[in-house]
Write a protein that binds this ligand. Structure first.
Ligand code: MLT
Length: 264
């Protein structure tokens, strides 16, 4: 049993009014990942941006599971009185959390956006690698992960200032939050069956130069879902929402105005 967290210990921001869109960041990032996307979407949506527990300004717990992160999202929606099904967008680990949310609360999801993520679980070697990294973070601190992630997060053309900004943000993530997330990711289940069972529209977004979740992972998700579209964004690595926010917003808007609106 993991330590419970009070919703008041979770940081989240809510902007605008209209169709609810819940934007879930990846590891070991924060809701700031979505700043430019939220600005680009503008008025007309109720945009809800949490920091997952142990990330950004949300309190860490010594352990967590995908279920904990997903139930935290449900608690935030309850807290702000949002009972309508949401457009749920998850980036990378945020996608893993989104799959879990779909398993737990299918009726609360109007449409799913999966960006820079994958549906397959870790293989034995990858899972062990995460456990080894967790042990190293406990010994040496968050900078270890901040450095190794920065090397992989961006397309080669990304500005140095962007890399430096996110390296500092990741280094500021508490070791406890990073360790809990690494172990949760190592334990996460395969989500292809979840994807295949979904009745809602799905948008899959890939960065053409994503070294962590390459476009081939996105093609597999597009093929597994009943009604999915795939957009591969040029000039983006793993951080598509910050590297190419205008292109990301254009793809998201066309999905919201098309497939999602058509469902009424
Ligand atoms: C992320 O960006 O959330 C992580 O890189 C995901 C992962 O390591 O599988």
């Amino acid at each position: 049993m993991n330590p419970a967290i009070d919703v008041r210990d979770l940081h989240f921001e809510v902007h605008g009014d209209g169709e609810p869109i819940l934007l879930v960041h990846g590891f070991p990032l924060s809701g700031r990942l979505w700043d430019a996307v939220a600005r680009g979407l503008g008025e007309g949506y109720r945009i809800i941006v949490p920091d997952l527990r142990g990330h950004g300004r949300s309190r860490a717990t010594p352990a967590a599971t995908m279920r904990d992160y997903a139930e935290d999202l449900a608690a935030i929606l309850d807290r702000i009185g949002e009972a309508r099904p949401v457009v749920l967008a998850g980036m990378s680990m945020g996608g893993y959390v989104a799959f879990e949310f779909c398993r737990l609360h299918p009726d609360r999801v109007r449409a799913l956006v999966l960006t820079n993520t994958r549906a397959q679980a870790d293989g034995a070697e990858a899972a062990q690698g995460r456990r080894d990294t967790a042990a190293r973070v406990l010994r040496e601190g968050s900078a270890v992960v901040a450095e190794s992630m920065t090397a992989k997060l961006f397309a080669p053309s990304a500005p140095e200032a962007l890399r430096a900004e996110w390296q500092a943000a990741m280094a500021a993530t508490p070791p406890e939050g990073i360790v809990a997330a690494l172990l949760a990711m190592a334990e996460r289940p395969d989500s292809f069956a979840t994807l295949a069972a979904l009745r809602c529209p799905v948008l899959v977004v890939a960065g053409a130069e994503d070294a962590i979740t390459p476009p081939a992972d996105s093609e597999r998700m597009r093929d597994a879902a009943r009604q999915a579209v795939l957009a591969v964004i040029p000039g983006a690595g793993h951080m598509t929402a910050v590297e190419q926010p205008a292109r990301f917003v254009a793809v998201l808007r066309s999905f919201l105005d098309g497939a999602v609106r058509a469902r009424g």
